[in-house]
Ligand binder design. Structure first.
Ligand SMILES: N=CN[C@@H](CCC(=O)O)C(=O)O
Ligand SMILES: [Mn+2]
Ligand SMILES: [Mn+2]
Length: 324
């Protein structure tokens, strides 16, 4: 692992309220900058990038997502036991006419793979949903290097999203293409492609995307299907999906939340799936013991209202990293 970046980790977002009473710690008082040979724990990595959103004709600003998520997380109460680290940012920088997206995704993959090799649970803070291709590539790199020769790992992708993000990458990938890119990469490697996309808005995904999802055998649940009455049944489907996978990659596009709960995204959802419904489903993924990697995408602080979306993201990070 190349640890040269460890000296540059910016801990300035980790500040906030301090209570004088005992057992009153908050995230900012516990989180540490990642060190070489640190004990395995949760490792936060920022992906400061919205080049994929720009390519996808979206509202840019997601590059500010990692800092806003850290600041929202800083003051949340600490209820964990194992260590938590800030593993710095991967920053997407243009080089001349190149917006730098592929290079940034590749650097993210390297960092995620190294964190996994060191036994950490990476939580990647996006960034547009182009983060997913970098995140998954890191897990793939890690599994490749640890797998018994010739064995194809079954990575289950659980995506909470109003969108499939299965657009044809054609000549240019974007925030709308990561799962099509991963499907193609799985095919190239002879690996199974297992994808669950929950919270999809029919009104915001074309017929072609629904057809592609069907061809790829995607487990789909639309936004309006996820309600209090269906929650247990959909949770059961999720459990069955996970049972068929070796490891799970959980990716949360914050635009799965209703626009009132998450206004600070590129493409706010008119219907969405409320946090109240999302949390129990995410809890099932967490408790599966197969969760290897998490990312949160599309937080765009420039469109947020009163930090609502950043707070929702922080709450989800808190929830998904809770120990039983
Ligand atoms: N990350 C994905 N984005 C959506 C954007 C949709 C929109 O802008 O309305 C997609 O490509 O489908
Ligand atoms: Mn989306
Ligand atoms: Mn998405």
């Amino acid at each position: 692992m190349n640890f040269s970046y460890l000296d540059t980790i910016d801990m300035s977002p980790w500040a906030g309220r301090e209570d004088p009473e005992a057992d009153s710690l908050r995230w900012h008082q516990v989180i540490e900058p990642l060190q070489v040979n640190a004990a395995p724990g949760v490792a936060l990595v920022g992906f400061a990038c919205d080049a994929g959103v720009a390519r996808n004709q979206g509202r840019i600003g997601a590059a500010g997502g990692p800092r806003a998520m850290r600041k929202a997380l800083a003051s949340l109460a600490w209820h964990r036991r194992s260590p938590t680290f800030d593993a710095g940012d991967v920053i997407c920088r243009p080089h001349g006419a190149d917006d730098g997206l592929e290079a940034a995704q590749s650097r993210l993959a390297g960092r995620v793979a190294a964190l996994l090799d060191a036994g950490h649970l990476p939580v990647v803070l996006g960034g547009g949903h182009e983060v997913a291709y970098g995140s998954w590539s890191g897990l793939a790199r890690h599994l490749e290097s640890t797998a018994v020769s010739g064995e194809a790992p079954t990575i289950g992708i659980v995506n909470f999203d109003a969108h499939f993000d299965l657009r044809d990458p054609g000549r240019r990938s974007s925030s709308g293409t990561p799962f099509a890119q991963i499907a193609a990469e799985c095919e190239r490697r002879g690996w199974p492609f297992r994808y669950a996309c929950l919270g999809v808005s029919r009104a915001n995904n074309t017929q072609t995307l629904f057809e592609r999802a069907a061809e790829l055998g995607v487990l789909v649940r639309e936004d309006h299907e996820i309600n209090a009455a269906s929650l247990d049944a959909i949770g059961g489907e999720l459990d069955d999906f996970i049972a068929g996978c070796d490891r799970v990659y959980l990716t949360i596009d914050l635009d799965v939340l209703p626009a009132s709960e998450a206004p600070g995204v590129s493409a706010p959802a008119t219907h969405g799936v409320s946090l109240v419904l999302l949390e129990p489903l995410i809890g099932r993924v967490r408790d599966s013991r197969k969760l290897a990697l998490i990312d949160l995408a599309e937080l765009n602080p420039s469109f947020d209202i009163d930090g609502r979306t950043a707070k929702a993201a922080a709450r989800l990070i808190h929830h998904v990293t809770l120990e039983s």
